[in-house]
Design a binder for this molecule. Structure first.
Ligand code: AHR
Length: 345
């Protein structure tokens, strides 16, 4: 009987599963159905593959290289694909949805075994996801979600709970100011407009602070998750408002850019303006340890091992959970000082 491509890939995937099981590699069991990526510093390893097995081809369409978080995420995916023995086709969309759609279409034409991507924005994916489905190529979402009603268009979504991240930020602030009798003026640096982390971190934060009418968001604008934009928008905020008490930045890079603007204005970040951010990458943690950021909510970028496991599972025809949530922590300045020496990214 003639061996079809799909049969070859399935045999290879089965071999990988057997090999992984035979090795008894417990670190590889961040499998579907669990919510098991340890936060921050405890990286899991990618599933191993025997040298003789036919390589699985994974097409990955990355958002871009907009932040320290993204750099760590890209490295995790590339390293894990290499460790697993997958043939990784990687593209960088430079934060543009049209580039990601083009890359996905190229992967469909190339008949890769699995497509994975981290959607720049939430909307507008149904057509291309349908094309992948028609071509019988499973799609895995990593890091960011899509808002498609038809959830059969993707196999699983692996990543953080961004609403929860926003809530953690809001809760810390609400606790800090629980006894205040005066208004607290908050400025917000949002992530990329229309992206899941920007939408959800904003919503989660607003939800937590709404019970205290003194906590007022007086300005909120996108800084596109970049340091340069964070600095530029913070400069504008400082010009327009003389009485800023708190900055809530949707990621560390924007907070770090804003810190430059705050210092240039002769103010002390972390003292004159309380700063909260999300990610906990090394540069952000360093600023926290120096007291310039007061509170960081962790967003773990090390999604590579979980992605490779999910790829193995879908190729092997296993049923996998529709949602795999990453576990994450939070850091005050004191926590950041302690955690920094072991921080991987
Ligand atoms: O989607 C995750 C977000 O994207 C990170 O918080 C941010 O730094 C990145 O650019």
């Amino acid at each position: 009987m003639k061996m079809t491509k799909k049969m070859g890939v399935l045999i290879a995937a089965s071999c990988m599963m057997l090999f992984t099981a035979a090795c008894g590699n417990s670190a590889n069991t961040a499998s579907s159905g669990t919510t098991a990526v340890p936060a921050g510093n405890t990286a899991t390893t990618a599933p191993a593959t025997p040298a003789a097995a036919k390589k699985i081809t994974l097409g990955f369409a990355q958002v871009g290289a907009e932040s320290g978080w993204r750099t760590a995420n890209t490295k995790s995916i590339q390293d894990s694909a290499k460790d697993t023995g997958f043939d990784l086709k990687f593209s960088d969309a430079q934060q543009k949805q049209e580039n990601q759609i083009k890359a996905i279409r190229t992967y469909i034409q190339q008949k890769v075994d699995v497509i994975a991507f981290s959607p720049v924005v939430e909307s507008g994916w149904d057509t291309v996801l349908k094309e992948a489905k028609d071509a019988k190529i499973p799609v895995i979402l990593t890091d960011r979600a899509v808002d498609s009603k038809d959830t059969s268009l993707y196999a699983t979504f692996i990543g953080s709970d961004f609403v929860e991240e926003g809530k953690k930020a809001g809760k810390w602030l609400a606790d800090k100011y629980k006894d205040t009798k005066e208004d607290v003026n908050i400025v917000e640096l949002q992530g990329t407009t229309g992206s899941a982390p920007a939408n959800d971190r904003k919503a989660g934060f607003a939800e937590e602070i709404k019970s205290n009418s003194h906590l007022k968001v007086i300005a909120s604008q996108t800084g596109d998750f970049t340091r340069a934009k964070g600095k530029e928008v913070m400069q504008a905020f400082l010009k327009a408002h003389k009485d800023i008490d708190v900055l809530y930045a949707h990621n560390d890079d924007m907070a770090l850019g804003a810190i430059q603007a705050i210092e240039a204005a002769g103010l002390k970040p972390g003292q004159d303006i309380t700063i909260i951010s999300v990610d906990a990458v090394k540069d952000g943690m360093t600023a926290a340890a120096e007291g310039k950021i007061n509170f960081i909510v962790e967003c773990n970028p090390l999604l590579g091992p979980q992605l490779m496991q999910a790829v193995n599972d879908v190729v092997a025809g296993k049923q996998i959970e529709k949602r795999i949530v990453t576990k994450e922590g939070v850091f005050t300045s004191e926590d950041a000082k302690k955690a920094l020496p072991d921080r991987q990214y």
